[in-house]
Design a protein around this ligand. Structure first.
Ligand code: GTP
Length: 597
């Protein structure tokens, strides 16, 4: 299409405000898919995404929209994830767009995540258009929400477009609105090629597929191009758009967004944020890329059976082909054997990866307690980063421990302000700002990342009856009084159970952890002592009493099938157990630290 008839846009929305549903409506309206082909939510292609209803990977769809004036517009919609764990993907998607629709649930109102993403869009120079969704609900209050958009985000909401993605109300108005308000892309099609890689993923049949935005020039099938950072030359095998099905068009021109396949075998060969230039015009400069994302949460993952180690390694290698934010390196634990230390964007990311490993690669895994990354200044002046409590230097060698601090933006209705402040204080938060905006309060707190990533979000939701929302990002490292809390099982230190805790919390965390583990470790044929200790000093102790009888004893002489059932049940339970010394420890005990509060 000519530039005047292209609109590139994203949808910014807090999770559950209806982004995917609205996108589906657009696709349906523009005839991208016959309705029988519409799986419930076509954009979320991974099974887990569909089940959890969370958009993880950025995706794009190109639609032909015939406007009321009879003109046909090419709409390129770039999907963005809504969950705070994946917010880095948002700025990436936005960089391919001239505009963004801000979808706000007209019953719920503005939430922190949308505010943060909106600012990113505004900073990137995008036109942000408010859309009020879920107008079919009786609690929809468009006037109140418009006011909130103006007060909290600070953009004009007077012509916000009311829609219901569910019933289809206002969908065409929304399309007209975006065609009118979002500026067309700019870019000289006669100039030499310059294109930005927005996303790359691995496809079993095609190899690496990249989603690109052509900034200037034209990229055609069989053209030779160079990837700026690697200097490597490739030839376009296939090029086109998603409708959302892959459709070859033979070329992509300045202003357009689509896919390129060029026989690249490894995702590192087409890095996200990199620039493609023509092999004839190597001097064309690289476009500004994206900030690299750093994992915030680390955990060890081990196979229950050591026979699965090789499969596990292969599975991780495959997963990283599609998820550049997943980090891993080999780790050896005395208790758990050979495994990998993995870095995740947040707890949700960790859960999703573990689930995919188990489901798609059929592995039985044990995950250790997640931790954040600490900075340790050693007495010899060396500064090291520690992502594993068991690799913390000796206490005697440590000059200073520093923990990561997250800057948290919280939006909460006034009624729950007290609860939320209490929670922030409990989590060692320091207030940075507080503003009353209509019925909501915008709070800014600096809170240790360790407290934020574990259960802060869940707690925030529960103390505010689901109304408070959160956005956070790494701010800085700060000196803190921290120690490693070791867990000893029958006198042996279990490296995989160690956690790093703040001095003020030692007693209480030690007690809570041992109590929780006592509940979780099944009774064995002997007493099991669980101790929590700091540098050899025991701070808490619990005992799991020995079993008195054989579990199946009570079935002797009885029904055989009942006995078999009982044994099978034990076996199933065993799947998620790991033998540590002579004690069997279930997965849940490794994560017990998450359950204490
Ligand atoms: P993520 O993709 O996970 O970020 O969430 P999302 O913002 O895309 O939300 P999604 O489209 O999955 O919608 C969330 C829920 O709201 C679903 O149960 C939808 O059926 C429902 N929903 C979406 N739009 C409307 C609407 O206009 N009216 C009503 N009543 N429900 C809606």
């Amino acid at each position: 299409s000519d530039l005047q008839h292209i609109r590139n846009f994203s949808i910014i929305a807090h999770i559950d405000h209806g982004k995917s549903t609205l996108a589906d409506r657009f696709i349906q309206h523009c005839g991208g898919l016959a309705s029988r082909e519409m799986a419930e939510q076509v954009l979320d292609s991974m099974d887990i995404e569909r089940e959890r209803g969370i958009t993880i990977k950025a995706q794009s769809v190109t639609l032909d929209y015939t406007a009321r004036d009879g003109q046909v517009y090419q709409l390129n919609f770039i999907d963005t994830p809504g969950h705070v764990d994946f917010s880095y993907e948002v700025s990436r998607s936005l960089s391919a767009c001239e505009g963004a629709l801000l979808v706000v649930d007209a019953g719920q109102g503005v939430e922190a995540q949308s505010v943060a993403n909106c600012y990113t869009a505004i900073e990137q120079g995008l036109e942000v258009l408010p859309i009020l969704n879920k107008m079919d609900l009786p609690q929809a209050d468009p006037d109140k929400v418009k006011l909130e958009i103006e007060e909290i985000i600070g953009i004009d909401a007077s012509d916000a477009c009311p829609v219901s993605a569910k019933t289809g109300l206002g969908i065409e108005d929304a399309l007209e609105y975006l065609v009118e308000k979002i500026p067309p892309p700019e870019g000289d099609r006669e100039a030499p090629l310059q294109a930005l890689i927005i996303d790359s993923w691995f496809d079993n049949y095609l190899g690496v597929v990249s989603l690109v935005r052509v900034k200037q020039g034209v990229l055609r099938k069989r053209d030779k191009f160079i990837i700026k950072s690697t200097g490597k030359s490739h030839q376009v095998d296939s090029i086109g758009i998603f409708t959302p099905k892959r459709l070859e068009t033979g070329l992509l021109q300045a202003g357009e967004v689509g896919f390129v396949v060029a026989g690249i075998k490894d995702i590192q060969g087409a890095p996200v944020g990199d620039t493609l230039v023509s092999a004839q015009h190597l001097d064309v400069p690289a476009l500004p890329g994206f900030k690299r994302v750093k994992p915030q949460v680390y955990a060890g993952i081990f196979t229950i059976s050591s026979d699965d180690y090789e499969d596990f390694r292969d599975a991780l290698a495959k997963l990283t082909l599609n998820d550049a934010s997943l980090f891993y390196e080999p780790e050896t634990s005395d208790a758990l054997g050979f495994g990998f230390r993995c870095g995740f964007l947040g707890m949700l990311h960790m859960e999703i990866i573990q689930e995919r490993l188990e489901r798609e690669y059929d592995l039985d895994l044990i995950t250790t307690a997640p931790t954040v990354i600490y900075e340790v200044l050693k007495k010899n002046g060396e500064l090291v980063q520690v992502d594993n409590p068991s690799s913390l230097p000796d206490v005697g060698d440590i000059e200073e421990m520093r923990e990561p601090i997250a800057r948290c933006s919280i939006l909460v209705p006034q009624d729950y302000l007290g609860n939320v402040i209490t929670l922030c204080v409990e989590k060692r938060g320091v207030q940075k700002d507080m503003q009353f905006l209509g019925a909501q309060v915008s709070l800014t707190y600096d809170i240790p990342m360790a407290e934020v990533v574990l259960d802060f979000f869940d707690r925030l939701k529960s103390v505010s009856r689901g109304y408070a929302s959160l956005d956070y990002g790494f701010e800085r490292f700060e000196a803190a009084k921290l120690s490693r809390l070791d867990v000893l099982i029958n006198g042996d230190r279990v490296d995989a159970l160690a956690i790093i805790v703040h001095h003020d919390q030692v007693q209480y965390r030690g007690r809570a952890l041992t109590e929780k583990m006592k509940e979780l470790i099944p009774r064995q044929m002997f007493d099991v002592a669980i101790q929590a200790a700091i540098g050899g000093k025991v701070v808490a102790r619990q005992t799991v009493k020995a079993l008195r009888k054989n579990v199946t004893a009570k079935c002797y002489g009885g029904d055989v099938s009942r006995k078999r059932k009982l044994l099978e049940k034990q076996k199933a339970g065993k799947k998620r157990m790991k033998q540590v010394g002579n004690v069997e420890i279930p997965q849940s005990a490794f994560l017990a630290v998450l359950k204490v509060d």
